[in-house]
Design a binder for this molecule. Structure first.
Ligand SMILES: [Ca+2]
Length: 495
């Protein structure tokens, strides 16, 4: 009873306060969108299910001064499609038939950066871009940030970038600097490049963001900055020594194309081989991987603290909307913890699509609010547009206002051969655990239902998706299946 009363009180308080957020900011506010890569649901301290291990004291500052969303969903369980989803406010599988890694960005689909740029905002993107296509084609492609609304860009376009190796000279010495899906070498900078002889990427991106925000404070123009860290994505072990020491884990040598011993050690001597070797459990065991993950996340948290300090010391903090969100669920294969959710990155179990999210609204007077109703990163575009005073006139936008969540909302997902639908407390999905099960990582992933049959869960009492009710409740299965089919019939290929 006590717990129920407390939760009801929190929810009631949250609803009341969120409703009153609208008119209290001075217009137009700045918008800072901080995107984390692959953070676990249990690795965010403001959540009830926080595991007590992850150091996120600075990420939690956004909860203290803002609102946390305990049922925030992304539109895909991996980077590229999820990012396209929240950048456009549309389920990316509207146009991406295979519903896979390469949705790309059609010319006809507008991004939040374009909406804001057209309405007088200065726009910049720092860090990872990754919209699933044209990773290395650069500059003239729609997927390049300068071609979809960002006036400035410093970062990279692939799934991953080495945390340490950012120099032109390193790229020239490396036989395959683009690896499989990772990059090594200088960062892309507008229509050129920027080479760094030293430095850690999380620090570099933070420094650049602080520099950008400082410069903007002298101008009479609001800004929209997307700061997309590659932390805590593999290569998870690449962390400054002082954080490795905190978690008592040994360093692993950086990739070095000139070292013949490492050449043998890394089997093929290529960056691709190095990347593949350390990108998941196997060469690094489970205990050590968790430590690398915690160290990597701790460093990220300190950097977010540095960024927030700089903003609080400026005069624009109050008038800035700050969004903090992970692009997909954590990956147990790189040390993340999604408990009590099932699965993780790469699958439509809750662990793959329910993510840490917090928003400090511009002018928000009362922080520490908890929104427990279902929201989606699809809602970021309409919500940002609203606070920026931008009018939207596009019926194919799937998002709605974060400030007006609906407990009975229909959400749909399509990911490769799998799909899922949520309405109210109920979720129907055919997902399975078929992701990355090749040895040696398979031994670390507990199989749940390794088939594409339909499974039904009541998430209000079973967020861990352990009690499949599909046989007991065939009518509910049919209802949700129909809802999903109807949505697809009405919306696929319309965008
Ligand atoms: Ca990701």
């Amino acid at each position: 009873m006590k717990l129920f009363s407390f939760l009801s009180l929190v929810l009631l308080t949250a609803c009341t306060s969120i409703k009153s957020q609208g008119p209290e900011f001075t217009s137009p506010p700045n918008v800072l969108l901080i995107v984390i890569d692959d953070q676990g649901y249990a690795d965010y301290s403001p959540f009830d299910h926080y595991n007590g291990e992850a150091q996120t004291v600075h990420m939690a500052r956004l909860a203290k001064s803002g609102t946390i969303y305990t049922q925030a969903y992304v539109t895909a369980p991996v980077c590229s499609p999820s990012r396209v989803g929240f950048l456009t406010g549309k389920n990316q599988f509207r146009w991406d038939g295979p519903a896979s890694w390469g949705p790309g960005l059609p010319d006809s689909v507008k991004t939040i950066a374009e909406y804001l740029q057209e309405n007088g905002y200065a726009t910049a993107r720092i860090g990872k871009s990754d919209l699933g296509r044209n990773f290395h084609a650069k500059y003239d492609k729609r997927e390049y940030p300068l071609r979809h609304g960002y006036e400035e860009f410093l970062g990279f376009n692939a799934h991953a970038h080495d945390f340490w190796l950012h120099s032109t000279s390193m790229r020239e010495r490396t036989p395959d600097p683009y690896g499989t899906s990772a990059v090594l070498g200088p960062l892309l900078h507008n229509e050129g490049e920027k080479s760094y002889e030293e430095g850690y990427l999380t620090d570099i991106l933070t420094n650049e963001a602080i520099d950008y925000i400082g410069k903007r404070s002298e101008k009479d123009q609001p800004y929209f900055l997307t700061l997309a860290y590659n932390s805590v994505h593999h290569l998870i072990h690449e962390v400054p020594q002082k954080y490795l020491d905190l978690y008592e884990v040994e360093p692993i040598d950086n990739y070095d194309p000139s070292d013949s011993l490492k050449f043998l050690h890394h089997a093929a001597g290529s960056y691709s081989a190095y990347y593949d070797k350390y990108s998941r459990l196997g060469a690094i065991n489970q205990e050590a991987m968790r430590k690398y993950y915690l160290a990597n996340l701790h460093c990220l948290d300190d950097n977010i603290g540095r960024l927030l300090d700089a903003m609080e010391n400026g005069d624009q903090y109050e008038n800035t909307m700050i969004i903090f969100v992970s692009d997909n669920g954590g990956s147990p294969l790189t040390g993340a913890d999604n408990a009590p959710l099932t699965g993780g990155k790469y699958a439509l179990w809750e662990g793959g699509i329910r993510v840490p999210m917090a928003v400090k609204w511009p002018g928000q007077k009362k922080g520490g609010l908890v929104e427990e109703r279902v929201v989606s990163t699809l809602d970021l575009l309409p919500s940002i547009a609203k606070v920026a005073g931008v009018k939207l006139d596009d019926p194919t936008i799937d998002g709605r206002l974060l400030s007006e969540p609906d407990s009975d909302r229909l959400l749909v997902w399509k990911w490769q051969k799998t799909w899922a639908v949520r309405k109210g407390d109920w979720k129907l999905t055919n997902t399975n655990e078929n992701h990355w099960k090749s040895e040696p990582s398979a031994q670390y992933v507990e199989p749940i239902r390794d088939d594409l049959s339909l499974k039904l869960f009541n998430l209000s009492v079973d967020p861990g998706e352990r009690n499949d009710l599909s046989e007991a409740m065939p009518d509910k299965v049919q209802e949700l299946q129909q809802a999903y089919d109807l949505w697809c019939d009405a919306n696929l290929n319309k965008y």
